[in-house]
Design a protein around this ligand. Structure first.
Ligand code: FE2
Length: 209
């Protein structure tokens, strides 16, 4: 047997083992839940959520929404914009706006507001802080980031991104806040990496119209 023949056989055996493991995860008892999320479900957009009263047009083009000295828990949100056919969208427009760590929106200027574009592979990444909750009663809002996303020549999708129940920021109880918010959208909760040095990484793909 030649050297190259052995390598091919070994690679074949590995592939068979992987297939068996994949089938076990698919057909097994609950293990499938540990698989990574499917980034895009054909035919379904990211669930839209209302725009709310604080959107402002004509934001600066920037993917770093941080202002020097701004207090808050830092977050970098990264993902891919897809079509409903799960094709990455290059040059998709994303608009992001949010309140600060005290629950205040900047309605006179552009603090914590900006727009940016996906790259040639449909990927985006932006920097911000985790916003605080605000409002009372029926208008109570859990922490969220407002988003608009638009594929070139297509309709704008407006939504909001939320934080996991175990997020640690400002001594707040995110499970309780998410429960109280009447328009909270569990499907738009961004998975977070473990917090390191006051910073979270969030991963969330957007599926636009
Ligand atoms: Fe809001």
């Amino acid at each position: 047997m030649t050297h190259s023949r052995r390598i091919i056989l070994k690679a074949g055996a590995t592939a068979a083992a992987l297939t068996a493991a994949g089938m076990a995860l698919t057909e097994g008892t609950g293990q499938g839940k540990t698989l990574p999320l499917t980034p895009c479900t054909p035919g379904a957009t990211t669930p839209p959520v209302m725009e709310g009263p604080y959107f402002k047009p004509n934001t600066p083009e920037r993917s770093d929404l941080l202002t020097p000295g701004m207090p808050g828990v830092l977050i970098t949100v990264s993902g891919t914009v897809f079509t409903q056919n799960c094709t990455p969208v290059a040059r998709a427009l994303i608009e992001a706006w949010q309140c600060d760590s005290k629950g205040i929106y900047d309605n006179s200027g552009y603090t914590l507001r900006g727009h940016f574009y996906t790259d040639a592979n449909g990927k985006f990444s932006f920097k911000s802080i985790i916003p605080r909750d605000y409002g009372t009663g029926a208008d109570y809002r859990a922490p969220h980031i407002h988003i608009k996303v638009q594929r070139p020549t297509a309709q704008v999708l407006t939504t909001q991104l939320f934080f996991p129940d175990d997020t640690e920021a400002y001594g707040l109880n995110f499970a309780e806040m998410n429960r109280r918010d009447r328009i909270f959208e569990r499907r738009n909760v961004m998975p977070l990496s473990p917090k390191v040095d006051n910073h979270y990484d969030a991963a969330f793909d957007l599926v636009t119209y």
